[in-house]
Design a protein around this ligand. Structure first.
Ligand SMILES: [Cu+2]
Ligand SMILES: [Zn+2]
Length: 207
């Protein structure tokens, strides 16, 4: 239904606008009534098109973002976006300035990146009191997002949907932080995968 309306309307609007621009050179030759008529039809059609667009807009979607800032001796920067979807929270991450290879990537308990070593962010976000693991492991912290894998230029990209995360309620990740580590998360060692120093940190804020 929605598609049919758009397909019908947009060419109409375009052809009216085209007619309008074609007539620009001959404005003096067109009667006042004619001009008003064309303008009126154009505005009416634009009004309908606008109405159709606003009808197709989605209900408000919860979104949050963490802007990653580097630790003192690191150049790691990036953005992690969280979007609430029916299936879970869609997480996309773009990170630069990494050494090539894997780097532990977690949500930590507190949205506080004020300490130089980012220890102020606390431990892994773990509302259901599980042991540390990988996202695919039977048991893992909700904040265990596995590893970022950086290419030869130091860039990493991640895109997945998490069923363990939420952007509202008591187990919301809003107000917590995203941390990138110097080393690989082995997905086994307790309590944090032996991933080494914290090299980037960003508080998760509603967008
Ligand atoms: Cu971590
Ligand atoms: Zn963990």
């Amino acid at each position: 239904m929605k598609r049919t309306v758009e397909v019908r309307l947009r060419p109409d609007v375009q052809s009216i606008m085209f007619l309008f621009s074609m007539n620009q050179g001959k404005i003096m030759k067109i009667s006042k009534f004619g001009m008003l008529g064309v303008a009126g039809i154009a505005m009416f059609a634009l009004g309908i098109a606008k109405g159709a667009d606003s009808n197709s807009s989605q209900p408000t979607t919860l979104k949050a973002v963490a802007e990653l800032k580097p630790a003192k001796n690191s150049k790691v920067k990036g953005t992690v976006l969280f979007v609430q979807e029916n299936a879970g929270v869609h997480v996309t991450a773009e990170v630069t300035g990494l050494t090539p290879g894997e780097h532990g990537f977690h949500i930590h308990e507190k949205g506080d990146c004020s300490a130089a070593d980012f220890s102020s962010a606390g431990g892994h976000f773990n509302p259901s009191h599980k042991p540390h693991g990988g996202m695919e492991s039977m048991e893992h912290h909700a904040g265990d997002l596995g590893n970022l894998t950086a290419d030869a230029t130091g860039k990493a990209h991640l895109d997945f949907v998490s069923h363990d995360l939420s952007l509202d309620g008591t187990n919301s990740v809003v107000g917590r932080s995203v941390i990138v580590h110097a080393n690989r998360d082995d997905l086994v060692s307790q309590p944090a995968g032996n991933a080494g120093p914290r090299i980037a940190c960003g508080a998760i804020e509603l967008k």
